[in-house]
Design a protein around this ligand. Structure first.
Ligand code: HEC
Ligand code: HEC
Length: 391
């Protein structure tokens, strides 16, 4: 009886090993190079020369405090964290963001936001801090008004102390300056939101290092999906680099009607707002005296093809988020893949050379792409609760 049991146990163990043992597909040197450029991960901490408190401990601490501070809003009830929730990949799980009213766009995740150069779905911000001013003022979002941040920093002892630690002086009377500084602290905090390493990263490192044994632990479906992603399906044309985004804009044929007769102009409208903003990098609040970081803002030009273009989202943690796209119009990753498989070329708004074409994927190929995308997910490390600003 015992022998029989032992036999059974060893058979079961062998079966389990048989299931676990994966194979490694053949990877050409070109493919290994294409996969390699999606790492290594994580990247070094982001630093923004236009923001003097970026990558400083005191700036980050103040920013984390302010990020969760509802008193920055007009009705004292909404903070950044209302829509950008730590437990929801720094988004809210809604198709369209809900502030004072429902907005026309989805709340983007803030993972890896510090490594971008254009912000918002339409690129209306050219720095993370400028982008962080908008929700503070926007009547549809926090509706705080231009003086609220200043009043709060002056009147709250802990915040005033945190401000002095970060900026080296007590909060003065210049409310616009204090609004900008609030946003700079918020930006310093957000730039620390770096997504965790994933099964894809382990595979990528093993493949690049020629470690076949470790590489073969990556599921075959994800390997096949990755091959499509960097190869035939050409996804990495736009979703490139370690963050899986170029940081630029594209048109993949998502309908841009907001309501009958009204469109979301995307990048085209973003460039109008960028030029009009007193907080862009050409203005007086850019802390980088060298002016090196103004080149993009100075040279960018609005073109007709910018209509209906939206910023290419990064894909890390994508399977843990959703719904997808700037307007939350696709519910699942399967829907996204179906979109790329079937998109009609007539749906593309741009008049240049279309960069996407209907891929006509088989069901198996679609499932492989989803398996690959899901390998970009991992459970984030829990954040320690923030220390008091000035103990
Ligand atoms: C009512 C929900 C809501 C609140 C509150 C909110 N946001 Fe957002 N956030 C959004 C939406 C929607 C967008 C996309 C805006 C766009 O594209 O025009 C966005 C975009 C952003 C972006 C750009 C992300 C990217 O991928 O480029 C940053 C950064 C950001 N928010 C930071 C903040 C900060 C900081 C606060 C608090 C001061 C805040 N948000 C408050 C909904 C919200
Ligand atoms: C021409 C550039 C381009 C190509 C090629 C491309 N994408 Fe995208 N992708 C985008 C843009 C732009 C968006 C956002 C569009 C919008 O919101 O209107 C997007 C959105 C997505 C999203 C949704 C992410 C989110 O957070 O909402 C996923 C997932 C995605 N793409 C995966 C893929 C895959 C898989 C492929 C290959 C089959 C691919 N993309 C090819 C530009 C591209």
């Amino acid at each position: 009886m015992i022998r029989l049991l032992l036999l059974l146990v060893s058979l079961l163990a062998a079966g389990a090993v048989g299931v676990r043992a994966q194979h490694l597909l053949d990877w050409s040197p070109e493919e290994i190079k294409a996969v390699g450029q999606h790492g290594p991960w994580p990247p070094p901490p982001a630093r923004d020369p236009s923001n003097k408190v970026s990558d400083t401990a005191a700036g980050i601490a103040l920013g984390e405090y302010l990020f969760n501070e509802p008193r920055l809003s007009g009705d004292g009830r909404m903070s950044c964290a209302t829509c950008h929730q730590a437990g929801r990949e720094w988004s809210d799980g809604l198709a369209k963001a809900r502030g004072a009213v429902e907005l026309d766009r989805r709340t983007p995740s803030l993972w890896n936001i510090g490594y971008l150069h254009w912000f918002g779905w339409d690129g209306a911000g050219d720095s993370l801090w400028a982008q962080s001013i908008r929700p503070l003022l926007d009547p549809r979002e926090m509706n705080g008004g231009p003086t609220r941040a200043g009043e709060l920093l002056r009147s709250d002892a802990a915040l005033a102390c945190g401000y002095e630690r970060a900026f080296g002086n007590t909060p003065g009377t210049d409310d616009e300056r204090l609004l900008v500084d609030t946003a700079k602290a918020l930006a310093a905090f957000q730039a620390t939101l770096v997504s965790p390493r994933t099964p894809f990263d382990d595979f990528r490192d093993a493949l690049v290092a020629g470690d076949r044994e470790s590489a073969s632990r990556y599921p075959l479906a994800a390997q096949r999906g990755l091959k499509l992603f960097v190869g035939e399906a050409n996804c990495s044309l736009c979703h490139l680099g370690p963050r899986f985004t170029s940081g630029e804009f594209g048109d993949i044929g998502i309908p841009f009607f907001v309501r009958p007769g009204e469109v979301d102009p995307g990048r085209h409208g973003g460039l109008v707002r960028l030029a009009a903003s007193p907080f862009n990098l050409l203005g007086k609040y850019n802390d980088d005296a060298s002016g090196n970081n103004t080149r993009r803002t100075r040279h960018v030009q609005r073109q007709h093809t910018n209509f209906g273009e939206f910023r290419v989202p990064g894909l890390r943690q994508v399977g843990r988020g959703g719904p997808y796209m700037h307007n939350g119009s696709l519910a699942t990753l399967e829907d996204v893949i179906r979109h790329y498989s079937e998109v009609s070329p007539d749906r593309l708004h741009s008049d240049g050379i279309p960069l996407v074409r209907p891929l006509g994927l088989t069901a198996g190929q679609g499932a492989d792409l989803v398996a690959f995308l899901r390998s970009l997910d991992a459970e984030p490390v829990a954040r320690p609760s923030p220390a008091p600003l000035c103990p």
